[in-house]
Design a protein around this ligand. Structure first.
Ligand code: IDP
Ligand code: MG
Length: 136
């Protein structure tokens, strides 16, 4: 039985700024992800606050939203079998220090805040996040 899913991926400002967009996309493609839609945008802080609303009580919320809106990002819909979990595995742990060899965050992440990529954490959140960026 096939279980094709879509998930939302963001290449964050630290990675776009270092021109890592193509290398990171290659890592997705090499794992069998299809990039269904993509766009390079810069968002307002107010939009980042909406996107990360789940974290609004966290001490790092304000810095996180300032950061995500600080420069261009690449937002993508990725598709493959079990895409949500597969993307989380390929991204690696939130803190690059804890990320496994071969993951994007291990390879490119600078710190827990500048960790190069975002990925949806569940199928339900993937739908919400895809709508957030791609609902016309
Ligand atoms: P995730 O991106 O691996 O799903 P979340 O816990 O959802 O991690 O946190 C969202 C983002 O907030 C992280 O990617 C990271 O950039 C930032 N973040 C998470 N925890 C901390 C922290 O303790 N200090 C600073 N930033 C953090
Ligand atoms: Mg998360």
């Amino acid at each position: 039985m096939s279980n094709t899913e879509q998930t939302l991926s963001i290449i964050k400002p630290d990675a776009v700024e270092r021109n890592l967009e193509n290398e990171i996309k290659e890592m997705f493609k090499n794992k069998g992800f299809v990039i269904v839609k993509e766009k390079k945008i810069q968002i307002e802080k107010s939009e980042a606050e909406k996107f990360y609303k789940v974290h609004e009580t966290k001490p790092f919320y304000n810095d996180l939203c300032t950061y995500l809106s600080s420069g261009p990002i690449v937002v993508m819909i990725l598709e493959k079998e079990s895409a949500v979990l597969g993307n989380r595995e390929l991204m690696g742990a939130t803190n690059p220090t804890d990320a496994e060899e071969g993951t994007i965050r291990k390879k490119y992440g600078i710190s827990i805040d500048k960790n190069s990529v975002h990925g949806s954490d569940s199928v339900d959140n993937a739908k919400i996040e895809i709508d957030f960026f791609f609902k016309d």
